[in-house]
Design a binder for this molecule. Structure first.
Ligand code: CUA
Length: 181
């Protein structure tokens, strides 16, 4: 099942539950209050609330840890020691990438900066999927680590609007098999 359909099904079920709860409340509205029953149901509601909060909290912490414990941005002021280093300068409206050929299978450190305004440095795989990106900012060098898995011609596309020729501000990076050049 496609992820989008799973989400849609869950949303529908959730909406259905809300509707059932609403109908129940409307159906109960005319009945006279029973003090003992009211106190009991208030207590039950508080207990359920506390459990729901605990479950949501645990889910949130676990979900955050699972998705974020490997922080995707490398330390920007440390020596990264990657086996391949590529210097990237963005300018209106071209990319200067040195060298523009790298090997698959080992990590590449991209040192990305800009000679004028902000640009977005984004690498697209041959199948059109975006595989890595960072900002190209004047006065800063942003480090990006990426290990290409497949050789091929990758496209670099500017992702930050930077003036008239922003859209065609693109070039290519050649990724060759490990050991090749
Ligand atoms: Cu450079 Cu948009």
């Amino acid at each position: 099942m496609i992820f989008q359909n799973v989400v849609w099904t869950l949303v529908l079920v959730g909406m259905g539950l809300v509707a059932v709860g609403f109908i129940y409340v409307v159906a109960q509205a005319g009945k006279p209050a029973d003090e003992v029953a009211t106190r009991k149901s208030t207590h039950t509601a508080h207990v359920l609330q506390a459990w729901l909060f605990a479950v949501l909290l645990v889910g949130f912490v676990a979900g955050s840890w699972a998705t974020l414990h490997r922080f995707p941005i490398p330390p920007q002021h440390a020596e990264l020691g990657a086996p391949q280093v590529v210097e990237v300068v963005g300018r209106q409206w071209s990319w200067q990438i040195t060298p523009d050929t790298v090997q698959a299978g080992s990590t590449v450190e991209f040192r990305v900066t800009s000679a004028d305004v902000n640009h977005g440095f984004a690498i697209y795989a041959p199948d059109g999927r975006i595989v890595a990106q960072t900002q190209a900012m004047p006065g800063f060098t942003n480090k990006l680590l990426y290990a290409f898995r497949q050789p091929g011609t990758y496209t670099v596309q500017c992702l930050e609007y930077c003036g008239l020729a922003h859209a065609p501000m693109r070039t290519t990076i050649q990724v060759v098999a490990p050991g090749g050049k």
